[in-house]
Write a protein that binds this ligand. Sequence first.
Ligand code: CAA
Length: 248
Amino acid sequence: MANRVALVTGGNGGIGTEICKQLAAAGYKVVTTCVDAEKENLAGWQAERKAEGYEIGYVECNVADFDACAEMAKQVEGEYGPVDVVVNCAGITRDTFLHKMDAAAWNAVISVNLNSAFNVTRQFVEGMRERKFGRVVNLASVNGQKGQFGQANYAAAKAGMHGFTMSLAQEGARKGITANTVAPGYIKTAMTDAIPEDVRNAIVAQVPAGRMGLPEEIARAIVFLVADESEYINGALLPVNGALFTSF
Ligand code: CAA
């Protein structure tokens, strides 16, 4: 692995932070996107990572905006070199029953969680084809596989992620590009902390593993999938959910 550049969208989030750390530990040059560096205190986040021994870059970009992603790609490739690895991790929730959901809640989730995969990956896929190497991992969710109360928008976006993955896998296979999906279950982050406690406890009670997952357990799957040696693993969906939802 020759000093490859990895871009992680939403890399400063609960799961994203661990992805950045484990990729950096594995020898990648890692850059994360954030929407508003000042508001999200990216300088502080970066300093914390540095204190832990990880050098991680960041760039401001609203991944829901195609033109902003084009600018971001120029900036990242200018500063760090060609991007070999894209991890589409940025995601939000706007949970509410469909009969109460407004268009803003639908559109925000589809834009940030699904359109972003196109907006970001599109910027790098031609370069990957030219260089005959690329690794794309799209973060989906157990709830994209099975649906969930209050998540018509989120489940639709996350299910869409895997359709995107499967198509890109086929298109890229002869060009050294792989695309895979990681589908986390309930992972301990700010996103799941926001679920009402009684609801969250009821969900966790249904997890065969008997506990929530950890961000590290998601990051581990991603480092495995993006490795140079993982070329034949292509178009797969890897659930990391403590057996909450099993299928084949
Ligand atoms: N299973 C069974 N019944 C459910 C249910 C569930 N999961 N969720 C809600 N209900 C039922 C309630 O028991 C209630 O029934 P009664 O009317 O008979 O009392 C009814 O639906 C209404 O529920 P609420 O009173 O909770 O309604 P609400 O409008 O206040 O909230 C909700 C509904 C938004 C779905 C809320 O329950 C909620 O936030 N649920 C959690 C949704 C969730 O799992 N989100 C995942 C976020 S983390 C994430 O997305 C990461 C990832 O990838 C996993």
